[in-house]
Design a protein around this ligand. Structure first.
Ligand code: HPA
Ligand code: ZN
Length: 336
């Protein structure tokens, strides 16, 4: 069996499922806490990393919201995103579509403008400095009510041209997509592209709701869709991409071990699956580590790896000419 780690490392790829707040590494978290003169619950990098043991999604989210509280200034958001773009570009990520959680910041008194200015400036700077292109997707926190999501969309409207879409994240169980039907309809009416987390911990029906009620272009995670053969067939037929996050699924115990991960079954069924990092600072790896973990556990072939990278460009929200340029680069890389 050839060692595909080096092939994966050099592979041109796009990342379509990354929460920028989940890329906050312990070292930067502590540096920002110091810069902002804030007390922290875990005082060292080792203590923080030791705390990153999760029984489920909610265990993680509790620490994720605590961690992001160190983000206070425009410069903090800029530094956070630049650190991510630098690492991603170093792993040959050519394009990233980046989630951010404004309610995680506005609820604790940080202005929407502070968040979007910092992330936007980093997106511009990273293109100049590292050659990586990116776009922002505004996510609504599903454990909050729809009125809060509506207010967040209102607050974001002055910066409408700085984000390309809306998403739905946070605690899935008990918070079905139907809860956000109206705010998604309004967002789509503004020309925003819709995506939603569904079928991570929630049932296949939440994936159906995301498609039918929110009219999403992609499903984030979606791995529980594979429990339902009719739904799986629909995803194939309608060419709905899934943004799959293998290390996240393992660390949040959505799968018992990597060998049980359904990614290979998705490809065999004809589902347009992609590999992504979700919250790399919390789950033990960025893009390459996700590809490598799943390649090894499922014995993915070189061709399957190329299909996954191709799917990432085909599923991205960029124009056709840009997609073709990335796919041509992937093709020439994979022929070497
Ligand atoms: N699921 C739901 N919400 C999230 C996640 C996730 O994996 N990461 C950050 N917010
Ligand atoms: Zn996610």
């Amino acid at each position: 069996m050839p060692d595909l780690d080096a092939f994966i490392a050099g592979l041109p790829k796009a990342e379509l499922h990354i929460h920028i707040e989940g890329s906050l590494e312990p070292e930067l978290m502590l540096a920002l806490a110091q810069r902002n003169k804030m007390a922290v619950r875990y005082a060292t990098v080792d203590a923080l990393r030791a705390a990153y043991r999760f029984g489920n999604l909610q265990d993680f989210l509790d620490l994720y919201y605590q961690g992001m509280a160190v983000l206070q200034t425009e410069q903090d958001f800029h530094d956070l995103a630049m650190a991510y773009f630098s690492r991603a570009a170093g792993q040959n990520v050519r394009h990233a579509e980046v989630f951010f959680d404004p309610q995680g910041h506005t609820e604790r008194g940080v202005a929407f403008k502070t968040v979007i200015d910092g992330l936007w400036r980093a997106s511009r700077d990273a293109e100049q400095k590292f050659g990586i292109t990116s776009a922002l997707i505004l996510c609504f926190l599903r454990h909050l009510d729809e009125a809060s999501a509506e207010r967040t969309l209102d607050e974001a409207l002055p910066w409408r041209e700085r984000f390309i879409g809306v998403g739905l994240d946070s605690s899935e169980k008990g918070h079905p997509p139907s809860k956000f039907q109206r705010v998604f309809e309004r967002a789509r009416g503004l020309g925003l592209l819709a995506v939603a987390h569904a079928g991570e911990e929630g049932p296949p029906d939440y994936v159906r709701q995301a498609l039918d009620l929110l009219q999403v272009r992609r499903i984030d995670h979606g791995i529980r869709a594979l429990e339902d053969p009719d739904l799986t067939a629909r995803l194939v037929r309608e060419r709905v991409p899934l943004t799959v996050c293998p290390l996240s699924n393992l660390r949040l115990r959505v799968v018992p071990d990597m060998a049980s991960h359904p990614l290979k079954r998705m490809l065999e069924a004809g589902v347009i699956a992609t590999v992504n990092s979700d919250d790399p600072a919390y789950f033990g790896g960025y893009m390459n580590e996700n590809f490598q973990a799943v390649q090894q556990a499922l014995a993915l072939s070189r061709e399957e790896i190329v299909t996954l990278a191709g799917n990432s460009f085909r599923s991205a929200f960029c124009d056709d000419a840009t997609k073709q340029r990335h796919l041509a680069a992937l093709d020439s890389y994979s022929r070497q």
